[in-house]
Design a protein. Structure first.
Length: 128
């Protein structure tokens, strides 16, 4: 990340009532922000990439989707959404590895948005 990220972890509840361990790292630089998060689910919970992306979209004021597609990332099922909300352009990549959901997010003021900024961040992520 291009700055020291803030770290936060908390227990959430999945739609099926089961616990989810949510961990996020966020670097907010003012005109742009970078986020990487994981959600760890139990064996009984089915992870929905559609649900994850819908959750992201519902957390923004009147999001307008530019593109949304299913794909693979790091050989795992994934979805990528690109949208605008008010003065922001947002790109989120969500993918699952076993019972873990990863979400990578990039937010930038629309007037400052450059695909190279997204690519530099998203392409720096590595699974270990």
């Amino acid at each position: 990340m291009p700055g020291k990220p803030a770290y936060k972890t908390q227990m959430l509840t999945a739609k099926n009532g089961h616990p989810v361990q949510y961990t996020t790292y966020t670097a907010d630089l003012g005109r742009s922000a970078y986020m990487a998060s994981t959600s760890d689910y139990d064996r009984q919970t089915v992870i929905s990439l559609d649900g994850a992306i819908e959750g992201v979209l519902s957390s923004w004021k009147t999001p307008r989707v530019i593109s949304r597609r299913s794909t693979t990332l790091y050989r795992y099922p994934a979805q990528i959404v690109d949208f605008v909300s008010e003065n922001y352009r947002v790109i989120v990549r969500a993918f699952t590895v076993g019972k873990r959901l990863y979400q990578l997010g990039f937010i930038e003021i629309r007037d400052d948005f450059a695909p190279a900024h997204v690519d530099a961040f998203m392409n720096s992520f590595r699974l270990r």
